[in-house]
Design a protein around this ligand. Structure first.
Ligand code: CP3
Length: 338
């Protein structure tokens, strides 16, 4: 198996910079669309052979250094007794919504048997892949936002109302989700994933003060309990939380484009980094794209190690050809000595 990604996860500088992309499997890819025309998204997630095939597509087409399991952060919610749907054009719907301490009764113990399709997909992939497989879960907080709001939102009004009206209840919810997430990730690790990424997409909606109270202790507990494989912590819009991110002790921190990766390396000494190209640079000219990719590569030179990635998922309008050229650019990039 190709080791370069795992080496970088462990803080080892590699001969070339490994690269993979969040949402590397998805609708921007014709091979994905072909399957998606026949099945809805959840059916794809729940059919191990399809999930495995779609996971493999970008590895074959792009030549990336790691695969990420095709699934969704909301999938484990079904294993704690909630209902998850994906409505065309609208996105996810979760029910019932947990908005008060009384609603916590809807959350059951995580039943792994209900989501065995996830582990079956991992078992298939482990046999077929020649690059490491990344498993994942949402952070307890990001998962909570979907359960409280019932889907995607801009304001996070219900989340913050719960947090500030019933802080103890909110802590209980975070505690329940931390245990469930730990159990879910440990089962992925036991089944064979080589690294895990925790998606904290919405951490950036909080003040540093509230991140420290309501999110950090739970993420820290998760990271500390996941010992055997590297843990990548992804968040976005969190440059203002950098002093907290530093203290999470994740093996890798994934950062977005709103911070110069050079500044991040200065502030986060000895921290392996992942990132941080703006995904929408892929919609522009190759000249502008490579200029910015080079800036990321050179900026990250001072980091303990670097895994090239976007600051968020691949956009649906991305050209596969350009993304492939970006992979080649990263692999072939020659750093000037000195
Ligand atoms: O990265 C990968 O290639 C692995 C698979 C993966 C998906 N979602 C597939 C997906 C991963 C790791 C996720 C994580 C995820 N899901 C996050 C965290 C990362 C992020 O993007 O911030 C979040 C917030 C979700 C929830 C989610 N899933 C939303 C809000 C949506 C609708 C938006 C959209 O793009 O349609 C999804 C759907 C989704 N998840 C798709 C894919 C490929 C599109 C499904 C389709 O219609 O084909």
């Amino acid at each position: 198996m190709k080791e370069v990604f795992l080496k970088a996860c462990r803080g080892i500088r590699t001969d070339y910079t490994p690269v993979w992309f969040m949402r590397q499997a998805g609708r921007y890819m014709p091979e994905y669309q072909k399957i998606r025309q026949k099945y809805d998204f959840l059916t794809m997630c729940k059919t191990p052979e399809i999930a495995a095939e779609v996971t493999l597509q970008p590895v074959k087409v792009l030549g990336v250094d790691a695969a990420i399991l095709f699934s969704d952060i909301l999938i484990p919610l079904e294993a704690i007794g909630l209902k998850v749907e994906f409505i065309e054009e609208k996105g996810p719907r979760v029910s019932p919504n947990i908005r008060t301490v009384a609603d916590l009764k809807f959350i059951g113990e995580l039943n792994l048997e209900k989501i065995d399709f996830v582990f079956e997909a991992i078992r298939i992939l482990i046999k077929e892949l020649n690059v490491p497989l990344i498993g994942f879960a949402a952070s307890p907080f990001t998962l909570a936002t979907y359960v409280i709001e019932g889907g995607s939102t801009k304001e996070f009004l219900n989340t913050k109302r719960f947090m500030f009206l019933e802080p103890e209840g909110f802590h209980k919810l975070m505690s329940l989700f931390t245990s469930a997430t730990l159990k879910y990730l440990n089962e992925q690790i036991k089944t064979g994933v080589h690294a895990v990424q925790i998606f904290d997409t919405w951490a950036g909606i909080l003040s540093p003060f509230d991140y420290e109270i309501f999110v950090k202790p739970y993420v820290k507990r998760l990271i500390e309990s996941l010992k055997t494989v590297p843990v990548i912590y992804f968040s976005s819009n969190t440059a203002g939380l950098i002093n907290h991110l530093k203290e999470l002790n994740s093996d890798v921190l994934s950062i977005d484009w709103r911070i110069d990766i050079k500044d991040a390396t200065d502030l986060l000494k000895d921290q392996p980094l992942q990132g941080n190209l703006d995904p929408l640079t892929l919609l522009g000219t190759e000249e502008e794209l490579f200029k910015r990719a080079e800036k990321v590569l050179i900026g990250a030179r001072g980091a303990k190690s670097h895994i090239f990635n976007l600051g968020h998922g691949v956009n649906i309008n991305t050209s596969v050809d350009k993304l492939k050229k970006l992979v080649d650019f990263v692999h072939e990039f020659k750093f000037m000595e000195g």
